[in-house]
Design a protein around this ligand. Structure first.
Ligand code: PMP
Length: 353
């Protein structure tokens, strides 16, 4: 082996859910939203000529709209290429201690990948037997804390009182609350931004705004932490946000009615679907997200996952300790969930015979 091989960064990458090429698939595996973006977003890119220019590096049109929407100052908003980019930038900016950062053992599987990539020491605290966060596990020395609320892939929402307790006990480190799914249930930590200078809340347009394909995420915090994030961003790539993202993202934020209606539809379908599969012997964790995490009383999750895939229905299966008998099922339209329920009904029946 040549000497340069010692200098190559070796990482085990995050594995995203499959994006099948076939169009005849019912796709319930990557927590997308079935309803598409607001009609305001459609046909908005008439002025293609403007693509010859670099976009505004400060992304001000989108930053200002988000600031208005959340009732904060624009200096409190940072935007990035999906919340993955915002989270990665946040790890790079805020987690530079020799002490380990902390996150749950069962959580978004990108956190340990970024920690490895950026050589950040980390420790995972086990969720309890009901997959709940144990807040006391985060009351110890650390170099930072990150967790999603609601959690993924469990969908479980942690009460804002406990979230605040974790932030309050850790005022010497940055706490990132990843709210990718908060619009589908639960109270946001945004209300705590003015009270704690160590809090960063991260959001995405990929789920509740149905714009996963555009890649928009953002962080809200105090101006000091947002400036730190921007300084790192400008040291890496000034133009992370392309012009279509800025324009379409802004239009989406302006259409609150569409946003609320489609979120309500997803939540109603979730309730309906959970009830339907309970009848078939599934146990679902209480979900506050646009997916459910379900296990069957007798049939292994892996078998169901593989059979569903053969029937062109994609859900997500994680071959990992503690969760290898669960399926994560994104909430699609009522029709899609009915088709999946019909499949499950037949599958459970044939399995038992
Ligand atoms: N956080 C969590 C908890 C997620 O499940 C996801 C979706 N994979 C993300 C962040 C990233 O989403 P995006 O980059 O599309 O904003």
């Amino acid at each position: 082996m040549a000497a340069w091989s010692d200098n190559i960064r070796v990482v085990e990458p995050y594995v995203p859910g499959e994006q099948p090429k076939d169009s005849d698939v019912i796709k319930l595996n990557t927590n997308e939203n079935p309803y598409g973006p607001s009609p305001r977003v459609r046909n908005i890119m008439q002025d293609v000529e403007s693509l010859r220019l670099y976009p505004d590096p400060t992304a001000s049109v989108l930053v200002n709209e988000l600031a208005k929407y959340h009732g904060v100052d624009p200096s409190q908003v940072f935007v990035g290429v999906g919340s993955d980019d915002v989270l990665a930038m946040s790890f790079l900016t805020f987690f530079n201690s020799d002490k380990p950062i902390l996150f749950p053992d069962i959580t978004y599987s990108f956190y340990d990948v970024w920690a490895e990539l950026f050589k950040i020491p980390y420790e995972r605290s086990a969720l309890d037997e009901n997959f709940r966060l144990v807040k006391e596990d985060y009351y110890r020395e650390n170099g930072g804390i990150v967790f999603p609320n609601p959690n993924a892939p469990t969908g479980i929402y942690e009460d804002i009182i406990n979230v605040e307790e974790i932030i309050r006990h850790n005022q010497d480190s940055i706490v990132i609350v990843d709210e990718a799914y908060i619009d589908f249930g639960g109270e946001s930590a945004l209300g705590l931004i003015d009270k704690y200078d160590n809090l960063v809340v991260v959001r995405t347009f990929s789920k509740s705004r149905s714009m996963a394909g555009l890649r928009i995420g953002y962080a809200i915090s105090n101006p000091v932490l947002i400036k730190a994030l921007n300084d790192v961003k400008y040291s890496y790539n000034s133009y992370t946000m392309n012009l279509p993202s800025l324009i379409m993202g802004t239009e989406s934020v302006k259409d609150d009615e569409y946003f609320r209606n489609t979120v309500a539809k997803v939540v109603a379908t979730r309730t309906r679907f959970v009830e339907a599969i309970r009848q078939l012997g599934f146990i679902c964790l209480h979900s506050s997200a646009n997916f459910v995490f379900a296990t069957h009383e007798s049939i292994p999750a892996k078998d169901i996952f593989e059979a569903a895939k053969k029937a062109h229905i994609y859900v997500r299966y994680f071959d990992k300790p503690r969760i290898d008998n669960y399926l994560r099922i994104s909430i699609g339209t009522d029709e899609e969930m009915d088709a999946f329920t019909d499949f499950l009904k037949k599958y459970v029946q044939s399995y038992n015979n």
